[in-house]
Design a protein around this ligand. Structure first.
Ligand code: SAM
Length: 341
């Protein structure tokens, strides 16, 4: 396929990352993402024929790579719920030009799948773990899963040969903010990197309130008081996390601070939902349907031109304008379980 980088967007940002949500279902009901009381047991998740097939995902991924994407991340919902995921991984890993192929998961199903995912060519895994305390963990996961399962997932990933994991922890004021030091203690001195994520107003159903956000600066000060930290330079401009290393050499931690220190200016990420909608911002309300033209028989060239056209018009910078937009009543965003993190 012809390789022609997508034009920069309206704010001069290139397109280099694609997050692919492979399923909108999840086996957790984290209150900050998919609160149980908002999803009745008969909630209409996508049916199999509504989801992009592996052929369709691969085809779109090739088109995005031809436009300059170098990093792919599989997410969800819970991506490990998608049947035969290793097969999709092996197809994506073979696309020339893909330099980084990663997966974000809550880890519960990882012990069964880690080896197959590694064999299929997955490069990296990010695990979600909000607390080491059994009760707080279950509260953060909406009463599903056990901390022990995530720790087993860490072991399984290590055994399968995934070198350094990223471990995401969303911090909610009054819920798990006091668990941060225990998490740091557990992963300091290991090859794994904890990343603390500010609670974001993604979606609408979580009833986000600014008071529940714990600013990264506050967490950093707490950690620094116990284990002094020093800032590290960013590896790539588009990295979401700001990195800090332990002064004693015991590794690093990251902070993803979309609320207190927005990073829209460096955002090179596009997101594809499981039903084939392209979102140009995590906080967008609507996506651009790629499934319809795909299924209507559009050629690769036509699809590539469509994506390039959408990207060239992109002017999103929600996080930088959060206060102003919320005050103006812009409160509706796509749900996180539809587009992934
Ligand atoms: N199910 C997988 C998992 O748990 O990692 C992948 C999808 S999940 C939506 C991806 C990441 O988004 C998780 O690390 C989760 O904690 C984070 N997340 C979800 N809702 C969030 C919110 N409102 N604010 C910040 N992070 C959030």
């Amino acid at each position: 396929m012809q390789q022609v980088a997508a034009p920069a967007d309206a704010l001069g940002r290139s397109l280099s990352d694609l997050r692919i949500s492979v399923i909108d279902r999840c086996n957790f009901r984290c209150p900050y993402c998919m609160p149980e009381d908002q999803y009745a047991s008969d909630h209409a998740f996508l049916r199999a024929r509504e989801r992009l097939s592996f052929d369709e995902i691969e085809r779109l991924a090739r088109i995005f790579v031809a436009l300059g994407v170098r990093k792919l991340r599989l997410t969800g919902g819970e991506p490990l719920l998608r049947r035969d995921l290793p097969e999709l991984v092996s197809r994506l890993a073979r696309i020339e030009g893909v330099e980084d192929l990663a997966l974000t998961t809550n880890g519960v199903l990882l012990p069964r799948l880690a080896q197959a995912l590694r064999g299929a060519g997955l490069h990296r895994i990010t695990l979600s773990l909000d607390s080491l305390d059994a009760e707080t963990y279950r509260r953060m996961a909406g009463g599903r899963g056990e901390v022990g399962q995530v720790l087993e997932a860490v072991d399984a990933a290590e055994r399968a040969g995934f070198a350094g994991l990223k471990i995401n922890c969303v911090v909610l004021r009054g819920v798990n903010e006091d668990d941060v030091l225990d998490l740091v203690k557990r992963f300091r001195g290991t090859p794994h990197v904890l990343r603390f994520i500010e609670y974001m107003d993604v979606g609408t159903l979580n009833g986000w309130r600014a008071e529940r956000v714990v600013p990264s600066g506050e967490l950093r000060a707490r950690i620094h008081a116990r284990w002094p930290l020093e800032p590290l330079p960013r590896r790539l401009e588009s990295d979401t996390a700001r990195r800090w290393r332990f002064a004693d050499g015991a590794g690093e931690v990251g902070f993803i601070s979309s609320v207190s220190e927005p990073f829209c200016g460096d955002c090179t990420r596009a997101r594809l939902s499981a039903d084939g909608k392209l979102y140009t911002c995590l906080f967008a309300r609507n996506g651009h349907d790629l499934r319809a033209p795909l299924r209507a028989g559009d050629s690769d060239d036509a699809l590539r031109a469509r994506v390039a056209g959408i990207w060239s018009l992109r002017g999103d910078r929600y996080s930088e304008r959060r206060a102003e937009l919320r005050a103006a009543g812009v409160l509706e965003h796509v749900e996180m379980y539809r587009v992934g993190g």
